[in-house]
Design a binder for this molecule. Structure first.
Ligand code: GLY
Length: 390
């Protein structure tokens, strides 16, 4: 009898909390944390990161590629909590961001404008948001070169016409623009960019290079390099996550089977890495020779989890789809522990710790980052949607 009681008590103690409960508690903490973030952020700035050793905050202006993530996170958290203070803060910061709709010097307009105004428009549709988004898509389209078939990523550096795998994330804005305006040119640019990237960025094992440089006189590839990864041949963890998310969006927008197959292949590459830790938060580059004595990248994990939460809805392979859900669940559980989630009022107001921005540049190493928070929140919201709890 006693043994029976002890056994059932210990069994109870071992069963994990249902994930929906974990997520609700994580989202409530995130609401409190982002309200705190609003109190420490200078009024004319955007959050960038925070350095745990020096306790120093780093901010940016609106032209930094991450400026859309803070308003985007606030909007997801508003959607979750209906707390009007979050909407007020999102609207305040979006006003500072608005002018970037005319910025033709960056390929990151999808990140900047669709995570912010795209979410704002989804929650509270308005003509004003439509205009901002359409102007942003127009600005982004000016960076497309028809001979190479791709959108140029960077204007800096010694490359001729560099395209980074991250650029797949900017295409969602173009699909929106065609749906809204009826002008198919945005759609065609996105498809051309994705097809060219599929051909030139990916290796036989479905890992991807970071930077492919093009010669726009004939569209040929000049070189395949890395910038933020360990080596040209390596699989930079966040790059793999951007590629996965990007081709999931491609399938959603076009329903072309080849993008679904490609996304499944990238997911297989990521999920089968032998050096992926038990908690499924990857090291910053899957080929770093320093593993396990090197840094994790929580942002790569969050982006992957969010992408898998959508990919698990597509196709007929039930076993594969369940494996995506299990993997994403594990990531969310891990990120929601004290190891990765900061206590409220610490970490500069960011939710997650332990992301790696640019290790070879010795910048943003083992720090919080806005996009880790954004895709973590998005993954949790998607999970709630999947379970009919949104
Ligand atoms: N898009 C830049 C980065 O992922 O760091």
């Amino acid at each position: 009898m006693l043994t029976g009681i002890i056994l059932s008590v210990s069994m109870f103690a071992q069963s994990p909390k249902p994930l929906l409960q974990v997520i609700d508690s994580a989202l409530q903490k995130a609401v409190a944390q982002y309200k705190y973030m609003g109190t420490v952020l200078p009024g004319d700035k955007f959050p960038k990161t925070w350095y745990p050793l020096t306790k120093k905050q780093e901010t940016s202006n609106s032209s930094w590629w991450c400026s859309g993530f803070y308003p985007g996170s606030l909007l997801y958290l508003y959607e979750y909590s209906k707390d009007p203070a979050l909407l007020t803060e999102a609207n305040r910061i979006d006003k500072l961001l608005e002018k970037e709709q005319f910025n033709k010097g960056t390929h990151d307009l999808g990140f900047m404008m669709y995570c912010s105004f795209g979410n704002a428009n989804r929650l509270q549709p308005s003509k004003e948001y439509d205009e901002i988004l359409l102007n942003s898509a127009k600005s982004l389209s000016t960076r497309f070169n028809a001979t190479a078939g791709v959108i140029k990523s960077w204007d800096h550096g010694t490359w001729k016409y560099p395209v980074i795998i991250d650029n797949m994330m900017n295409l969602e804005l173009l699909f929106w623009a065609t749906r809204y305006s009826g002008d198919s040119s945005y759609y065609k640019i996105a498809v051309s960019h994705a097809n060219t990237t599929m051909k030139n960025h990916f290796r036989a094992d479905y890992s991807s290079y970071h930077v492919v440089d093009y010669d726009v006189t004939d569209g040929s590839v000049i070189s395949k390099k890395t910038h933020q990864g360990y080596a040209d041949y390596s699989a930079w963890a966040r790059g793999q996550a951007w590629g996965l998310y990007g081709y999931v969006v491609m399938y959603r927008a076009t329903k072309d089977q080849k993008y679904l197959t490609h996304a499944n292949n990238i997911a297989k590459f990521i999920m089968s890495r032998p050096n992926l830790p038990e908690d499924k938060i990857p090291f910053w580059d899957y080929n770093s020779p320093e593993i396990p004595a090197t840094y994790r990248d929580a942002s790569a994990a969050a982006i992957t989890a969010s992408a898998l939460m959508e990919l698990c809805k597509y196709g007929n392979d039930e076993e594969r789809k369940q494996s995506y859900i299990r993997f994403a669940e594990k990531v969310i559980r891990s990120l929601s522990t004290q190891t990765y989630t900061a206590p409220i009022g610490e970490n500069g107001g960011f939710i997650l710790k332990h992301s790696t921005g640019h290790l070879p540049g010795n910048s943003e190493v083992d720090v919080p980052l806005t996009y880790a928070d954004y895709y973590y929140i998005e993954a949790m919201m998607r999970y709630k949607g999947l379970k009919g709890k949104k």
